[in-house]
Unconditional design. Structure first.
Length: 81
């Protein structure tokens, strides 16, 4: 977790941070608040659901950290109304 906010770090690589436009910024611009909230909730649930996955790069602690990151972003969306 990052004290600066969800936009200032990435769990599991830098593939999103290396993009010229962050996907979350695009979603904020193109989607309704309700859609963004639903997306973030769904992503966090999916990460937690695959905790026990045995596929390469899936499951375990990294998915819990990714879910925490998405929940941090969700909290920020709700708090910044």
């Amino acid at each position: 977790m990052n004290e600066l906010g969800a936009d200032h770090y990435q769990e599991g690589g830098t593939h999103y941070q290396n993009l010229p436009i962050q996907p979350w910024s695009a979603m904020d611009a193109w989607m309704t608040r309700e859609q963004v909230i639903g997306y973030l909730l769904g992503c966090a649930i999916a990460r937690l659901a695959r905790f026990n996955a045995r596929a390469d790069g899936k499951g375990g602690l990294l998915d819990i950290k990714k879910a925490r990151h998405e929940l941090q972003r969700l909290i920020e969306v709700i708090e910044n109304e």
